[in-house]
Design a binder for this molecule. Structure first.
Ligand code: CTP
Ligand code: ZN
Length: 155
């Protein structure tokens, strides 16, 4: 157990979603991929690089008054494979979801290949197949292996 005195405390929430065990430093990318920019009006708390027994350091994101679906959380697996998603109602954790790798990711990422059709102002939506070592553009075959958060289409 880590010393509770040393843990950074972000307040418990009454209702909403706690995304825990996020890879350290990925919290802002997690919010971006969920389309949460802060101007929607709900409470959002972020803990970054807080000590974790399992991960060394981790990020935590708490979104009030919104319950994320399994589909929404699965895209997080690309950025934060160890993330756990806790649904909270009246201060109690009522459900814990693990993120699972989706088979495809549509419309969320941009292709790093400038010659790719998806970067030519054509009305095509980006689509990536999730492969063992990253994600592969279904249009040009380009593979993104690292720093997938740097290729988010949503900002
Ligand atoms: N949490 C919260 N508000 C609540 C209840 C829980 O913000 N009303 C947060 C906790 O701070 C924790 C996460 O939700 O970050 C999961 O809560 P819980 O399952 O109680 O904690 P652990 O058992 O430590 O979770 P795990 O086993 O997944 O590490
Ligand atoms: Zn491409």
């Amino acid at each position: 157990m880590s010393d509770p005195e040393r843990e950074l405390r972000v307040s418990k929430i009454r209702n909403g979603t706690v995304i825990d065990h996020i890879t350290g430093g990925q919290a802002l990318n997690v919010l971006a991929i969920l389309g949460i920019g802060g101007d929607e009006g709900m409470g959002v708390s972020i803990g970054m690089n807080v000590p974790s027994d399992k991960l060394g350091t981790k990020d935590v994101v708490k979104v009030e008054d919104r319950e994320l679906s399994q589909g929404e959380v699965d895209v997080l697996s690309l950025l934060a494979p160890e993330a756990t998603v806790n649904i909270v109602r009246e201060f109690e954790v009522v459900e814990k979801k693990r993120v699972e790798r989706p088979e495809r990711v549509v419309g969320l990422l941009t292709c790093p290949n400038h010659n790719c059709i998806t970067n030519q102002d054509e009305p095509v939506e980006s689509a990536f197949e999730v492969v063992d070592d990253g994600v592969r553009c279904e249009f040009c075959g380009e593979i993104v292996r690292e720093d997938i958060g740097d290729h988010l289409a949503v900002h």
